[in-house]
Design a protein around this ligand. Sequence first.
Ligand code: SF4
Length: 352
Amino acid sequence: MTPIITTEELSVTFARRRLSDRLLGLSPPPEFNILDKVSLALMPGETLGLVGESGSGKTTLARTMLGLNRASEGEIRFEGRPVKTQPDFRMVRRKSAMMFQDPVASLSPRQKVGALLTEPFVIRRMAMHDRKATAKSLLAQVGLPASFVERYPHELSGGQARRVGVARALALKPSLLIADEPTAGLDVSVQGDILNLIAELKEELAFASMIVTHNLAMVRHVSDRLAIMYLGRLVETGPTQDVFDAPLHPYTASLIKSEPVPDPRRRRESLAIKGEIPSVFRRPQGCEFHTRCPVARELCRAATPSYRALSGNRTVRCHFPLENRGQEPEVLNSAFANSRGKKHDQVEYRST
Ligand code: SF4
């Protein structure tokens, strides 16, 4: 089956020019990878949970996939075809929909809900009475009464605004939905409703979706697969249940263990994440997670782990995946020896 969208070693570089550099006439400005060689594939009808802390690069990845950020390296393919030019990206955006983080701010305050929902149909020259009927049927699809066509966004609650956002995103029946923090700012009780709504509509309309979130627990029940990001790189991917049952990367394990436990008498095993995510401007040498990793060793500080494909449709970027703790990684000794003192060296693995 052809994936809806793939990224192959996708990187986004940011040039940081400081005022002092400009005054001194220094050029070119130093460059930093906000996204570093990210390879992902999203299959038709699949839901992928893209998870990471703020600053991990997940929103940058989502925007770059739709051509809203420019990639510095790598390739994007949509329905098997390479996407390179602006017309290519326009085609991708026509067949895709993106829901942005703030449900109310993403709706124009001057337009009524009816007009917001049918905006795409104006360009298609749909007759006014058909547009009204379409708006009402879209509202029904997301569980809102037809009378909402006359409301302005400021008259909606956060949950209602998010439902209108879902209806608007799905108006043109996209083959891909990218939802960036779709439950941000909503009450916990409403969060589940919105996720269930997206899941139900996905069944009905058969689109693929990527849910971008910092909240691993939130996507647990609605994602088929998870992709965990840290500092602009993918660190683990795999089927959702397998990742929860046996996380391979210490960062994933820490995210799972830091989720709140409903029963206060139950204690979590200690594998807490220490400190803050570092800045991409000061990417740690070796494994980028070693400054916070509870099981880091000397090798982790010296050499960047390679990305490894494992059985069971899983991948991980770690010298010591948790399933193999206690065992030494099967690295090429010479590669490790050569990695000492070098920046961002790669250690090769014999096999997995
Ligand atoms: Fe932790 Fe080392 Fe694995 Fe990085 S490579 S996640 S520091 S064990």
